[in-house]
Design a protein around this ligand. Sequence first.
Ligand SMILES: [Cu+2]
Length: 155
Amino acid sequence: MRIETYERMFMILAALMLALGIVGIAIGALVAGVHVPSPAGRVDPRALSSTPPFDQPGLRDLGNSKYEAVIVARAWQFQPNEIEVPVGSTVTFTLASTDVIHGFVLAGTNANVMVIPGQIAQVTARFDQPGEYVWVCHEYCGFGHHQMYGKVVVR
Ligand SMILES: [Cu+2]
């Protein structure tokens, strides 16, 4: 079977682009550590108020400029909805939902996770600039969804 020269060139070009894409994904996953967020654990959403650490939501100082923010998401609020950390802090957000699927996206950072009932979501962000970093629920969760937000105050 004879293949036209231009067609052959485009077939080779398409194969090269496909191979380049696959190599890019492999480098991202294996070298750069890019991965899809996965649950950090499981928790019973009905027993959240009696399950550590979600029985006492809030900010914990882990020392060495590291913090853990334990946040409970429920329709339609985050608890707590404001935390304050010093400049240069690294904050690991540990989130769980008591009811429906919520989201957590923190403006000005790469922090972006789904907060799914039964799963513990975890994401880390570093704050090198002072200011206010607003987070919002980015998964439509009902009537009061637009009121679901909070902020990190960095001083
Ligand atoms: Cu929502």
